[in-house]
Design a binder for this molecule. Structure first.
Ligand SMILES: [Zn+2]
Length: 140
């Protein structure tokens, strides 16, 4: 990988990564290197030495949404709806109730509610089984 400082004809400067120097030349020749700020296609390498990725082991943060993300969100939403329609809502008594059920001091049933981080840690210590309830907004 190679990093170039680029600038467009309007003077915007930004850094971009390319697979190789040849890949940059090829993309530039095909006019698909465009300014990150204004979309201008007249891109020049800034007059400075490119910095090549320092070591192969160095990590950069990347993210790319999976094409199935929408499907996954639907599944999570369906799971949440199932839980919230079939289980008892116990509010901030979740840790207390979950522990009672675990130790058979209360009727076995599905519950959901809220707990603090400390309470969650305590439940894990006691071997109580539970899952985080995903919080997904109904955005459609
Ligand atoms: Zn520009």
């Amino acid at each position: 990988m190679i990093q170039y400082s680029l600038h467009c004809s309007k003077g915007h400067r930004y850094d971009a990564w390319f697979k190789s120097a040849a890949a940059f030349d090829d993309q530039q020749a095909r006019g698909i290197v465009t300014c990150a700020v204004c979309g201008d296609g007249a891109i020049e390498k800034a007059p400075m030495a490119p910095s090549v990725a320092r070591t192969d082991g160095e990590k950069v943060s990347l993210s790319s949404a999976h094409p199935d993300a929408v499907k996954f969100r639907e599944m999570v939403r369906a799971y949440r709806q199932k839980v919230t329609s079939e289980a008892d809502y116990v509010g901030d008594k979740f840790a207390e109730e979950a522990r009672k059920i675990h130790f058979e001091e209360a009727e076995a049933r599905g519950i959901y509610g809220e707990a603090t981080r400390d309470e969650v840690a305590g439940l894990l210590d006691d071997g109580v089984e539970f899952l985080p309830l995903p919080d997904i907004a109904d955005d459609n």
